[in-house]
Write a protein that binds this ligand. Structure first.
Ligand code: SF4
Length: 378
């Protein structure tokens, strides 16, 4: 059982059973100016700034995720991911936009993004258990929290059914595991019934921010839809707790593979040591590190953006220090819907007909004969 949050003034007391109940956690999320004011001990002059901030970018945090914060550290990595920061409205870098990936213009029906020929992404709700300050869909937060209606979901199903080259449906949001499980079951079933849909994927941060939501019932429902993959979103090794481990284990036990997408965040995980601990920790709980994303140029998140070279430097250290199973692909999602560009340190220095010259991760030069293999003329 996690330690109760120190912010006792704002969270109602609860029994251990209530604390481990996702409904209690969800309905007691910390949100609103008054709670923030107590949490941060805001002065009257700071209160106005935070009022503007949360009216632009809402916040809500589960008591569980809040309990992971070390309040003695103003730069605590959990705190920085969930507590609003004035830089969201006061700091911006050239080129950042509300929707740099041009998702809105790639929506043939509302909420359904079709950017790549063989797959679509369905935004089934705009509700999340905890609002990540680095979220690349902050533009949707102005709308009230709500899941899509059965009708709206039906239009997405119709579009996919009439496009035979779509083989994969990514169910995203918001967080799809916050929606009504009956409706989610229905939606997954309708997509699965389309003959050309081969794979379903769910993108969710629930195992990290509301792990008690991954109940046996929910797992049984998800396990009825196959093949289904779950992609979750751990950004820091401190998020790997007994509770989040158990949530992932439950999914794995019913045969659902769990992989992870991390976002490279300045001051949170932008060091080889933190990334090494995160990815090795994920490997230990059998969650496969899949992508490391460079932080997108999204308005309201610029203070999290690092130099792209920082990610390459981290990847270079990781390749030298840990096994390939722990190493995700580092990618930059290109603006204007240009797709993902994989980024790797380069180890090939030169190649010609007879020889390829490599450098090792330790900087040694290694020569490799006959790089053309059996295609090389004798
Ligand atoms: S859970 Fe996902 S969609 Fe929700 S705020 Fe976090 S990153 Fe954004």
């Amino acid at each position: 059982m996690y330690q109760p949050c120190l912010a006792t003034e704002i969270i109602p007391s609860a029994t251990p059973d209530e604390e481990s109940d996702w409904r209690w956690q969800f309905s007691n999320r910390i949100k609103g100016l008054s709670a923030l004011s107590k949490l941060l001990r805001l002065t009257p002059s700071e209160t106005g700034l935070y009022r503007d901030l949360i009216s632009e970018y809402r916040y809500a945090v589960t008591p569980y995720y809040l309990s992971l914060i070390d309040w003695s550290d103003p730069n605590d990595p959990i705190r920085r991911q969930c507590i609003p920061d004035p830089r969201e409205i006061t700091f911006s870098l050239p080129g950042s936009e509300k929707d740099p990936l041009a998702e809105q213009i790639h929506m043939p029906v509302p909420g359904l993004i079709h950017r790549y020929p063989d797959r679509v992404l369905a935004m089934v709700t705009n509700t999340c258990a905890t609002y990540c300050r680095h979220c690349n869909r902050k533009r949707t937060w102005k709308n009230p929290e709500a899941g899509n209606t059965r009708d709206a979901l039906g239009h997405m199903v119709d579009y996919v059914a009439s496009n035979s080259h779509i083989r994969e449906v990514i169910v995203s949001g918001g967080d799809p595991l916050t929606m009504n499980p009956g409706l989610l079951d229905e939606f997954l079933g309708s997509m699965e019934a389309i003959p050309h849909v081969e794979v379903l994927r769910i993108g969710t941060r629930i195992p990290v921010v509301l792990p008690m939501r991954i109940t046996d019932d929910l797992c049984q429902m998800l396990a009825r839809h196959r093949p289904l993959w779950v992609n979750t979103h751990f950004n820091h090794p401190r998020e790997i707790t007994p509770e989040s481990t158990k949530a992932c284990e439950r999914l794995l036990k019913v045969g659902i593979p769990v992989s992870n997408q991390t976002v490279l965040l300045k001051g949170i995980n932008d060091s080889p040591e933190v990334m090494r601990a995160l990815f090795c920790g994920l490997e230990k709980i059998m969650v496969r590190p899949y992508y490391l994303f460079h932080c997108d140029a999204v308005k309201g998140t610029d203070h999290f953006r690092t130099d792209i070279r920082k990610g390459i430097e981290i990847m270079e250290r990781l390749w030298g220090e840990i096994g390939g199973l722990c190493i995700p692909n580092f990618v930059v999602d290109l603006p204007t819907g240009g797709g993902k560009a994989p980024m790797m340190p380069s180890y090939l220095l030169n190649i010609d007909r007879d020889e390829a010259v490599f450098r090792t991760y330790e900087g040694k030069i290694v020569r490799y004969s006959c790089p053309g293999g059996a295609d090389t003329p004798p």
